[in-house]
Unconditional design. Sequence first.
Length: 862
Amino acid sequence: MSEIRYTTKTYASHLFSTPSLKDRQFKATFVHERSFTLDPSLLDDFLAKYSQSQQFGISGAYLPCSSEFLRNGTAGLLTKLAIASPEEVLVITLHFENPDDPGDIVNHTPLYQRFFSEENPRRFVGFSLDRIALQLWGEYGLSITDGVDVLAMQVDSIDQPRGVKWMPKQTKQILDLKLLDDMLSNERDQDEQGDQDQADGLLASRAWVAVVLEQASSSLAIALSNVMPIDLRKRDQDELLELHKIMLASDRLRGSAEEFQSHDVKLEQGSNGKLYVISSQFNTRVRDTGYELELTFEHDVVTARVMKVKGRRAEVRPLQDLDLAEAGQFQVARTLGKEEATCLDHQRSNFILFALQGQASIRSNPILRQIWFPSDEPSSESISSPVLLGQQYTKLNRGQRAAVQEMMKESSDNTRIVLVHGPPGTGKTSVIAAMTECLLHSEDSLEHAGDSQKEQPAMRADIIEEQQYQPISAGPTLWIVAQSNVAVKNVAEKLVKVGIHNFKLIVSTEFHFEWHEHIYGKEIRSRMHTSAELPRSTGEVRSFLGDTRIMLCTLSMLTSPRLRNLNFFEHIPVKNVVIDEASQIQLGDLIPMIHIFQTDLKRICLVGDHRQLAPYGQEEVTDIESVFERKHIVSKATLLNVTYRLPKPICNLISAQVYDTKLLPFSSEDRIACCKWIDVRGEEQVEGTSYINTAEVEAVLLLIRELEEKKKDYRIISPYATQTALILRRLKEEKLPWDDKCFNVDSFQGNEADFIIISLVRTTSMGFLDNNRRANVLLTRCKKGMFVLCSRNLMMSERAQTTLLGRFAYAWSSLLDTDTWPTFEDLQSGVEMVEKDLVASPKLIGTQPVSKKDQRRARKKK
């Protein structure tokens, strides 16, 4: 038998202040798992010293979530395992299958028999043990059946964060929490500098600290004994597979995030001598995260603590001496740490923990069952179409009505989820508004049902004159949510426009105050409440709500503990939920809502378009998915197939390229003047981690001057945030309109304008312009026309023809009478780009495109 190869090192822990553990040393033995196949004696010798009831510490090391590992699908996978007794630690490099080596036979039997068999189970304790348990099972087929997560000692609800700063108070007296936090925050197989020895020492220490923690304090021992154990036998394999997918996707997303956050700020010193940073952009604002803020000056770099944040203004306190006069010009501020986990992140993580502990239901939750484990049998119930009352419903087209009917049907266990697939401009918010009105009338008297249901010509719901809606004092309730405050605001505006006023809109104070107050018009302001304006006690909630039955807020607000603590849902239960822009929400972010409201929740209506923007991070972490990626659900989606926004030529190309020719234009305006590809011939330049193109910025200014002179409605969008920031700066410098004018494409889905200016920036390679979902959003925002500023050489190149942008540019060029594109020089010389005879898509009655004769009559009437 071959001699087993291993190395041994001795470590000292400096975490504990308890005399028995202070500076205590332990031995760590490092070995590869394949050695156990040849000779398992090292495992047997390790276990021979302990009884079957011995508790072992356990920890894991994981591959980094770098771009290389994300591309090959191994990012975040478990590679090493440390198993610890109070005296020693066994660090095992796990045998990961090499697909390129047929002779590399993986054998986990020695580990399974000695530590993970159901017949001979061992008890484990560790930090984030739910992750270790799921990844051991998902990647190596090894199951923990009795494991305690140290960080779960204080977790008594799905909302409670897990982490060092939320551990029991007594840990502060016996542990150096900063050292512990540093130790737990670096679980990669290598540290940031590639130091393998340092990473191995941290791995061994995590397992050892977990197992000796109960020796440090009797109260900690009691707290650990009260934690419900993780037992993977409580879940079947299909359930574990879904939990593993959600956990790995969220871990990869967080692991791939930057280790610091840069802020676009200016520095001020108040008259009181205090130092303030003033944020200029909401997405890069300074927040009170608990991390240190690094301030870089011309001649100095200091760290500071964020003391108080109010709107754009944050008070900061330098942690070193700072002489502003000697430091020189302020340059940049950045937070030294990853973006803080959200409440939804904590809830998703705790749901996984509870599921592994047997505290959270999965198969008995009908909505989770429909998402994860669809029945092969059709619904045993025959569900008839409801009688729908409401003026908005009668004004919808055929596809929109079908969507509302599905949303309003009585639910059975197999029909708890309804998907509405709405391509650009197809009236998704009109459908939501009509469904809302139907719901409000669903328990109203049917005395006048015949009059209400009388057929009327179909009409665009967004051009109906505002009507006074009479509130109903009792009946069904509805929560309308979206991921972003802007998307929720758009739905609120639609409700008011069609005459529905009896609703309340809850907006995050952090989002609203000093940042977005201007986007809330007077028509919804009286129905809007910031989170700071919510009732302070349960006794105030009834008077606050009045007879309101419709609530609008973000998904994170709906699941926040604040509303539950105020007993909001006793007054407006979460039975019916409509989620707008649902294709942008990762499935894992829906799980907390489905779990929290499982008792009352009857129906979730998901409205979105999986051919537009994906959930955040899906480009890098491809295993992130929305419900729209579940084929058994999306195959039953109701398609809205008439676009009221796009000119006919643009619609026809998008329909062919993206929507399998199923998208139809409402407009019959077919002149190709509605789109111009302009060959700017600029050069892309690297700006930080992004790109700019100064020639395209100047082209934007020239186009804006023409659009302003002709009093046209327009917006500017670009895929690159640095380009939008540069355009915004130049607009201000040139004293051109800038407020609510320039957007990054990722924040513009759901919005539109008569004219759209698109700056593509890139000139040498496509970069992430090859993302067809993002390109689809870029090309589908205009109602009258769009101008695409780009490099003709790039767009017409062979490599661009694999992308939607390249194919669209090529197809559009084939429609022209000439191969010549307008150029930057044409703009400079004053060649008109907005043609005088270009008209809007007709706002006329009818579900089908109107005739040219009717269009001419309509123009004459104007």
